[in-house]
Design a protein around this ligand. Structure first.
Ligand code: CUA
Length: 342
């Protein structure tokens, strides 16, 4: 009986021990796997905290086991108790050591803040404005003149190798902008403008997540940062400035008429058409984006058809209603049209 229980304990311990290195190994969205300068600075402090935590924990557990192992005799044999004993343990272990450890971390944290110049004031000229909505991200490119500006959603493109300043606003409640491998979290606060400076040194797609609970679909408020070499980024930028592609085949032409003639056009904008809605994501180049429903689902025809008809099942509570009004032909045409909006 006793050995069976020991085996169970041992197995549980081994499982826990095997899980410990997991966060460090996780390639996706790990703060310990920084891929930009800001995240690298934060990761260094994180490692210092983690190592200090491990040292303090090991010392503490050694003392606990030592106290248990050296127990001798019963309470009676130790009477009378020395109630005044042990003060030096309390002074050193309970005050001096925590004071030094916490002060060290506090000072390192303050020094780290100075490495983020975008926090030093409002003298920034952001290239991008991100506006949080329940539950998606509006992304405005703010270049001058106005003919260089456009709006997209849920996927930010940046050039690699240089810093990009982003302004953070919200249209409703608190959200938090977090791309773990590029930077820490910065909140989107009603009535206040915040800024963040991100930089990616390698091309790739960096996934992020709203990091402030903002309602029912907070977990489905995902965000992608696509970092590209300068030339590729400029091509993408030029494509985004263009109005929507004119559909060429008969089905897509019908799909555009369905879109513009239905409830879709009241909420969504597709530049170059009569759809000028502004409360939902701009769909001008919708098919160039990797995800739909704020990256909750892969952007393909099957998911798109499901999203149009059953949005409230795929993302309950979202502003997008179930649009069960389309017949099969109209729905196929609508999906074909949206799918060619590269
Ligand atoms: Cu937006 Cu959580």
């Amino acid at each position: 009986m006793r050995s069976a229980r020991s085996v169970t304990w041992l197995r549980g311990f081994l499982v826990l021990a095997a899980m410990l290195p997991a966060p460090a190994c996780q390639k996706v969205r790990s703060t310990l796997n920084p891929l930009g300068p800001a995240a690298a600075n934060i990761a260094r402090l994180e490692w210092v905290s983690l190592i200090l935590f491990c040292i303090v924990s090991v010392v503490m557990w050694v003392l606990v086991f030592w106290a248990v192992a050296r127990r001798r005799g019963s309470l009676e044999t130790h009477e009378p108790w020395n109630v005044g004993g042990g003060q030096s343990w309390i002074a050193v272990g309970g005050f001096a050591v925590p004071f030094v450890v916490l002060c060290t971390l506090f000072i390192l944290g303050l020094l780290l803040l100075r490495r983020f110049p975008v926090h030093e004031g409002m003298k920034v000229h952001p290239e991008i404005r991100v506006i949080g909505h329940q539950w998606w991200w509006e992304i405005q490119y703010l270049a001058q003149p106005a003919s260089r500006q456009f709006t997209t959603a849920n996927e930010i493109h940046i050039p690699i190798g240089r810093p990009v300043d982003i302004e953070l606003d919200t249209a409703d409640v608190l959200h938090s902008f977090w791309i773990p491998t590029l930077h820490g979290k910065v909140d989107l606060i009603p009535g206040q403008r915040n800024y963040i400076r991100i930089q990616a040194n390698l091309p790739g797609t960096y996934s992020g997540q709203c990091a402030e609970y903002c309602g029912e679909q907070h977990a489905h408020m995902l965000l992608l940062v696509v970092a590209q070499p300068q030339a590729e980024y400029e091509t993408w930028y030029r494509d985004q400035l263009d109005p929507a592609h004119e559909p060429t085949d008969a089905e897509s032409v019908h799909g555009r008429d369905v879109f513009v003639g239905s409830a879709c056009a009241f909420c969504h904008q597709i530049r170059g058409t009569d759809a000028h809605g502004s409360v939902a994501p701009d769909l001008t180049h919708f098919a160039s984006r990797q995800g739909l429903a704020s990256n909750s689902y892969v952007n393909n025809k099957a998911n798109l058809a499901g999203w149009v008809v059953h949005a409230q099942t795929l993302k309950p509570g979202a502003e997008m209603p179930d649009l069960a009004v389309f017949n099969g032909k109209d729905l196929r045409a609508l999906v074909a049209y949206l799918d060619q909006l590269k």
